[in-house]
Design a protein around this ligand. Structure first.
Ligand code: R5P
Length: 298
């Protein structure tokens, strides 16, 4: 068993995991993964494993990846790891935080408990916490449920590309990220009101403030189908915005979403590398590495 710590990652996230390894000066190895014709998985962890194993796995399109984590965390412990930490820049299932109808799974709690049972610490970025204050209310690991925010990074980035912009969040939930991004350079900011009627059906009302002639940057945690951003952008342009761009932490962008957003009139789309995507403009590696250091030192 080697001493120290090791980050292990999956092949499709090599570039982002390498950036984290470089920033945290921690060695990196890849998990060997085979998917059988019937969909079952075989994983093989690198040998030897040190005392502390950090598993890097974003949970976009999460269902198969949750099984990967179950196999990997358990195997790491069987191989002698004393601490197994999950770094998941995008933490899935956080939006379903309430049973809107009887019988609905409260996925945030179910998935949170699942991860809390597997790992000694879970670190993520801008999880969609709406009705709870702290990640530990979903992932029961106390202070070792670590939620970082990319909002200041978005604010810094926007200040270089659109100084003087008006930052707009497309719904009430985005207020936390918009306010935090705006605070970096004192941007004007506001949020819309949104009603979601279905996956691809949202109704938005603009905030009551002057939009005519403003360069607007929409700020949100997640862009998925793109409908939220598309509807907000169309309304902002109709209200006279000079331009509408998008800064988003998690570029989920389901099929067709980016085209929809562009057709709605959005100019630039800037995202962090929480999810690998063609719009990635900001690296989370320094933020993650800084938060990881105290854990690596334990
Ligand atoms: C929801 O409140 C989130 O912050 C996003 O606004 C939402 O998930 C975006 O979804 P979509 O792109 O599918 O409209």
């Amino acid at each position: 068993m080697a001493s120290g710590a090791l980050i292990v990652h999956f092949e499709d996230e090599t570039a982002a995991a390498q950036r984290l390894a470089n920033a945290s000066r921690c060695p990196l190895r890849c998990v060997e993964r085979h998917c059988f014709p019937d969909g079952e998985l075989r994983l093989r962890l690198p040998e030897p494993l040190p005392r502390l194993v950090v598993i890097y796995r974003g949970l976009q399109y999460p269902n198969e990846k949750l099984v990967e984590l179950m196999l990997a965390a358990d195997t790491a412990r069987a191989m002698g790891a004393e601490q197994v930490v999950l770094v998941t820049p995008y933490l899935a299932y956080m939006r379903q935080d309430i049973a809107f109808r009887t019988g609905e799974a409260i996925s945030q709690q179910v998935v949170g408990r699942f991860l809390g049972n597997l790992f000694d610490a879970v670190m993520t970025v801008d999880p969609h916490l709406h009705r709870i204050q702290h990640l530990s209310e979903a992932v029961p690991l106390g202070e070792r449920a670590i939620a970082l925010s990319a909002a200041p990074l978005l604010g810094e980035f926007i200040s270089r590309r659109r100084p003087g912009a008006l930052l707009v969040g497309p719904d009430a939930e985005s207020a936390q990220w918009v306010a935090s991004a705006a605070a970096t350079h004192g941007f004007d900011h506001a949020v819309c009101a949104k009603i979601r009627h279905g996956d691809r059906d949202v109704e938005i009302a603009l905030p009551k403030l002057a939009i005519e002639g403003r360069q607007v940057v929409l700020v949100d945690d997640v862009a998925s189908t793109g409908h939220t951003v598309a509807v907000a952008a169309q309304l902002l342009l109709q209200a006279g915005a000079q331009s509408v761009d998008l800064a988003v932490t998690h570029a989920l962008f389901a099929e067709g979403a980016l085209s929809l957003v562009r057709e709605a009139g959005v100019g630039e789309v800037w995202s962090t590398d929480a999810i690998t995507h063609s719009t990635n403009s900001m690296s989370l590696a320094p933020l993650l590495a800084e938060a990881l250091l105290p854990l690596l030192a334990c």
